[in-house]
Design a protein around this ligand. Sequence first.
Ligand code: ADP
Ligand code: MG
Length: 278
Amino acid sequence: MNVEVSGRMVAKVGRAPVIELRDVSKVHKTARQMIRAVCGANIRIEAGEFVSLLGPSGCGKSTLLGLVAGLDQPTSGTITFDGLQRSTSDRRVAVNFQEPALFPWRDTKRNVTIALENRGLGRAQVDAQAERALEAVGLSQFQNIYPSHLSGGMKQRVMLARLLAMNAPVMLMDEPFAALDAITREQMQDLVTRLYSARRFSIIFVTHSIEEALFASQRVIVMCARPGRIVHEVKLDEGYPRTFDWRLSDKVAALRRELHQLMRDLDAGGSGGEDARV
Ligand code: ADP
Ligand code: MG
């Protein structure tokens, strides 16, 4: 399913803040142990930047995203938006998680409007924002369909519409396409980059796929595990849309090889033998 994306379909969002993480660490405490999930992360994300967090399972990507989302607090270090301490109720940030969290008893449209409830908006405005978001992801015809009748790709489109409907200038996405087949996944990457081009939100996109990180974002931040930390960064100056030929270009192939080798080396013990437990 191909979707034309125009600026009209994507609501005006306010300016995104510059997001800055300084020496951010997070230790998860459980009854039995303490896990250093993120260790000394320093990241600056400019307004309107599309950044991927790339790394293997368990390297702290979701933890880091949760900290930026304000769902959790760092153990040490600071997170600022435009230089001010990040407040937990900041509506400039919208977040989506890996599993499509759709309510089976709500149809597509009501699964989108749920993000707008309790915001003091009138029913007409809520409906209009949801309809515009559904149009942007190509689901206008499916507003009254229930999740059990949607494919995996369509469910992720509903999740994307829910994110868009919030009109937040910062969108955080945690491995949104990990469970999709290769072609659907490519279509979704295409859709996200076209939405991004139409209206420059900031996006922090978590993935464990080298290809996905390279194809979608402007900057790839590589993390590794035990303990979770940032080890490398790659900048991509290629604009959007990014063609299929570009994906197969020598430049991208070289970057893929470089990142692949790096991640293999890290996995083979480049982490210096440190343990995540503290
Ligand atoms: P990723 O998203 O890269 O797979 P996570 O941020 O989910 O990594 O996890 C990083 C580390 O922190 C893992 O060792 C994980 O088991 C641990 N962890 C994550 N969340 C919690 C939690 N709420 N309580 C305890 N440990 C956690
Ligand atoms: Mg995760």
